[in-house]
Design a protein around this ligand. Structure first.
Ligand code: 9MR
Length: 405
């Protein structure tokens, strides 16, 4: 499904080669310049057509608007009755849409950004916290009886957006980087967990420890300074601050088998054997360039829960364009999303399924290239007008069959 990347790369290479040929031929006044010019023009034209094809917004039939009879109970009620968390990532609390939709349809939320380290700091200044945005979301949810998952205490990618950029500078300038980082991390974890004590009872202690470039741990500032045991150290610090809080390791996978997965299981094994207080694994579940192999994913869930860990799907979304070859893309997307959620619902140790946004009106895909140009993305359970999509119904039906833990 990521054909456009292959096509663009190959075509662009051809265009580049023809361009070089053309420039050289023109420079040497070679007779081949006309052929080079013609080939270059033809290839460039194909490339332009190709761009138009992929980046022209699509419209798919919305058969689901008439296909499903309304069911009496809401998604949140069905989930609660069957011992499951159905969640959404939330950005603002003062939005009247959320005020109504969240407690009705979701019994769990996860601040999309508000409880990230950098986001809670005034001007990115280490130690200078402003919890206004996070408190508004958390208190709103709690007042409505909705569980909050904290995201995230430590995340080593994208400095300046996840952890404060000032940290890089502080660690580079200090005489004892390990002691300095340990101190700053300890202060951060203590301040944040104490602030939300009793309100956030489950945290992603560490987010995305795996590298995006290969089957290895991400070589971020925490790993480079403290070694791979930074992960264990974060869990231990957090547990010490509040032993009643559940601590998760949260990670994104595109494949559920392979070398990277084995490195991840090696890490889990190591944490378990070292008696690190880890309670579960969060699987993000973003479907970005392709859909996931559901058989392998089901096996993967079992492998985690066989280790005695809980698991949750924490950030699910699947772009509608991944289903555009189907006769009814929204239905195909719904079937896939339902199957993905069902694998979790059927595993008693898989305790929740959270989607990365409340409705198709607001998704991170709409703001990042190239997906912002490949509209629509429509990856969630409710459409832009907040009408339930096929997976909403599929998940609700599946929840009724959930076996209690
Ligand atoms: O959706 C989030 C986006 O608004 C932020 O700019 C970005 C950086 O903080 O994080 C996005 O959420 C990510 C999540 O925190 C961790 N897993 C991947 C998510 C999508 O990038």
């Amino acid at each position: 499904m990521n054909n456009y990347i292959i096509y663009t790369t190959v075509l662009s290479l051809f265009v580049l080669i023809s361009l070089i040929w053309l420039v050289v031929a023109l420079f040497r006044r070679s007779p081949s310049r006309k052929i080079a010019g013609a080939i270059f023009a033809a290839e460039a034209l194909v490339l332009v057509c190709f761009y138009f094809f992929y980046f022209t917004p699509r419209r798919f039939p919305r058969n689901y608007l008439t296909a499903y009879p309304p069911l009496p109970a809401t998604l949140a009620q069905t989930a609660t009755q069957n011992g499951f968390y159905i969640g959404a990532a939330i950005n603002r609390s003062a939005n009247p849409t959320y005020a109504e939709l969240v407690p009705r349809e979701f019994n769990s939320i996860r601040p999309e950004n508000a409880t990230k380290w950098r986001r809670m700091l005034v001007n990115g200044k280490i130690g200078k916290y402003d919890f206004t945005e996070a408190d508004a979301i958390v208190d709103y949810a709690i007042a409505k009886g909705v569980r909050v998952r904290g995201h995230t205490l430590v995340w080593g990618k994208f400095p300046g957006r996840t952890y404060p950029k000032e940290l890089d500078q502080r660690i580079a300038e200090t005489g004892d980087p390990a002691a300095e980082l340990q101190q700053i991390l300890g202060d951060h974890i203590t301040t944040v967990m104490r602030h939300f004590k009793g309100r956030i009872k489950v945290w992603d202690a560490v987010n995305e420890p795996m590298s995006m470039d290969g089957p290895d741990l991400d070589k971020n500032i925490f790993l480079n300074t403290l070694g791979k045991d930074y992960i264990a150290a974060v869990f231990r610090m957090a547990h010490e601050v509040d032993p009643s809080v559940q601590l998760f390791l949260n990670e994104q996978f595109g494949n559920y088998t392979g070398e990277g997965v084995e490195v991840f299981f090696g890490l889990l094994q190591h944490l378990k054997e070292s008696n690190v207080p880890i309670h579960g694994v969060g699987i993000q579940g973003h479907n970005i360039f392709k859909t996931h192999n559901l058989d392998e994913y089901r096996e993967f869930l079992t492998r985690i829960t066989d280790l005695g860990l809980l698991v949750e799907i924490t950030e699910f979304d699947a772009r509608i364009r991944l289903f555009e070859d189907s006769d009814d893309p929204y239905q195909a997307q719904g079937d896939y999303t339902t199957a993905y959620a069902v694998a979790c619902i059927e595993n008693p140790s898989c305790v929740g399924f959270t989607v990365w946004g409340l409705s198709d009106a607001s998704t991170w895909f709409d703001s990042i290239p190239p997906f912002r140009w490949m509209l629509p993305n429509d990856p969630l359970l409710f459409d832009t007008e907040l009408r339930p999509k096929p997976a909403y119904h599929g998940i609700k039906i599946a929840l009724k069959r959930r076996q209690p833990r």
